[in-house]
Design a binder for this molecule. Structure first.
Ligand SMILES: [Zn+2]
Ligand SMILES: [Zn+2]
Ligand SMILES: [Zn+2]
Length: 335
C-alpha cells in the first residue's frame, strides 16, 4: 500500500511538471538544452583552480548558430583598456592625484572621456577608456605633455585561461592546439600565439583528461561563445579556468591542499578542527546548519559581522567572493 501511495504521488508530480513545462515552452527558454547544472549556477564549487563561468558576467553576445539554435544571450566578462596614473611628486591623498590628473589632461574637444576612474593603492589611479584608441590617445598626450603632473602607463593584466574538459586519453596534449585550429572554423582568425597549453588535469573519468590553456583575451571570448569545441571525434566543453585557489584542508586562499603548510585541518562544513568535510559528523544533519570558519574568524576580530551560515568553500561566502573578485580583477578579458 505504501509503495502504491508513493507511486501515485510520483505520477501526480510528473503530470504537474509536464503541465508546467508545456506552459513554460510557450515562453522563450531561459537555459539552453544541454546546459549543465554547474553552468547554470555559473561557478562550480570553489577550490583547486576552479573552472567556471561558461556563461559569465558582463557584456552580452548572441550565441553562434553552430552551438545551438536557441536565441540565448551568452555573457562574457569584459576588461576595458586602462591607464595607471601616478603623480610625479608624492602626494598624501587620492584626491590630490585626481586633481593632478585633471590638470594634466583635458578631454574637451577630444570626442572621448575616461569611462571610469578608480583608486588604487599608493594614491595611484586606474583610468578606464571605452576603446583602445582612446586609451592610446590619452597615453600619448600625457607622455607628450611636459607640463603633465602625472605619469601614465598602460594597465597590464594577466591573460585569461580556459579549461577543456573530458578529452580522450588517445589525444596527446601536445597535439591539442593543432587539432583545435584544424577542426574549429571559429578559430580561423587565430594563431598559435593566441593559445598556450599549460597543464593537464585529471578528469573524474579515468579515460579522459582536462587541459588548461593560457589564451589571448580575444581567443578567450571566442571559446566562451563556442562553448563546445571539436577535438577529433569529440566535442568537449570549454570553460574559464580561474587562478583562484582555496585549500580544502585549512580553508585558506592562494594555495591548494597539496601545497598546504598548515598543521591544522578544518572542516569546510562545520568549521571544527581535526576533520575534513568528507568526514564531518554533522554534515547530513538538517538541524545543524553549515558554519563558515573564515567568516566566524572575521567576526571574532572585526565589528562588522558577516553571516556564517554557509560552507567555507561556498560562493555565497562574502570573504571568498571578495577574494575571487580581486583575482578576476587581475585578468584581461578584453572587450
Ligand atoms: Zn592550506
Ligand atoms: Zn565538520
Ligand atoms: Zn564565509
Amino acid at each position: 500500500m505504501e509503495l502504491i501511495k508513493e507511486l501515485t504521488t510520483c505520477i501526480t508530480e510528473v503530470r504537474k511538471l509536464r503541465e508546467d513545462l508545456a506552459t513554460a515552452s510557450a515562453c522563450p527558454p531561459l537555459i539552453p538544452t544541454g546546459t549543465t547544472y554547474a553552468q547554470i549556477t555559473g561557478r562550480g564549487t570553489a577550490g583547486y583552480g576552479s573552472s567556471r563561468r561558461p556563461l559569465a558576467s558582463q557584456g552580452s553576445f548572441p550565441l553562434p548558430p553552430t552551438t545551438s539554435t536557441l536565441p540565448l544571450q551568452i555573457k562574457v566578462p569584459t576588461t576595458k583598456p586602462a591607464l595607471i596614473i601616478t603623480t610625479k611628486t608624492p602626494v598624501g591623498t587620492r584626491q590630490e592625484t585626481v586633481e593632478a590628473f585633471r590638470k594634466s589632461i583635458s578631454f574637451g574637444g577630444a570626442k572621448y572621456a575616461p569611462s571610469k576612474v578608480s583608486a588604487l593603492a599608493k594614491n595611484k589611479l586606474r583610468v578606464e577608456f571605452d576603446s583602445v584608441r582612446d586609451c592610446e590617445d590619452a597615453l600619448r598626450r600625457l607622455q607628450d605633455s611636459e607640463a603633465a603632473q602625472v605619469t601614465a602607463e598602460p594597465s597590464k593584466k594577466l591573460k585569461p585561461m580556459i579549461i577543456l574538459k573530458g578529452i580522450s586519453e588517445d589525444m596527446p596534449a601536445e597535439d591539442l592546439v593543432g587539432v583545435l585550429f584544424g577542426q574549429n572554423i571559429e578559430f580561423d582568425d587565430f594563431s598559435e600565439e593566441d593559445i598556450n597549453f599549460r597543464f593537464k588535469r585529471n578528469n573524474r573519468n579515468g579515460k579522459l583528461y582536462n587541459a588548461v590553456f593560457v589564451v589571448s583575451p580575444r581567443l578567450f571570448r571566442a571559446a566562451m561563445l563556442i562553448g563546445r569545441i571539436r577535438l577529433d571525434h569529440q566535442r568537449v566543453y570549454s570553460e574559464e579556468f580561474s587562478p583562484f585557489l582555496q585549500c580544502h584542508s585549512c580553508l585558506q586562499f592562494g594555495h591548494t591542499r597539496k601545497h598546504c603548510r598548515s598543521e591544522q585541518i578544518r572542516c569546510a562544513h562545520c568549521a571544527e578542527p581535526n576533520h575534513l568535510e568528507a568526514d564531518c559528523p554533522t554534515k547530513g544533519d538538517q538541524q545543524a546548519p553549515p558554519k563558515c570558519h573564515n567568516c566566524a574568524a572575521h567576526n571574532a576580530r572585526f565589528p562588522n559581522k558577516l553571516n556564517t551560515q554557509h560552507r567555507a568553500t561556498s560562493n555565497s561566502c562574502r570573504i571568498l567572493s571578495n577574494i575571487r573578485a580581486k583575482i578576476d580583477n587581475t585578468i584581461d578579458y578584453g572587450q
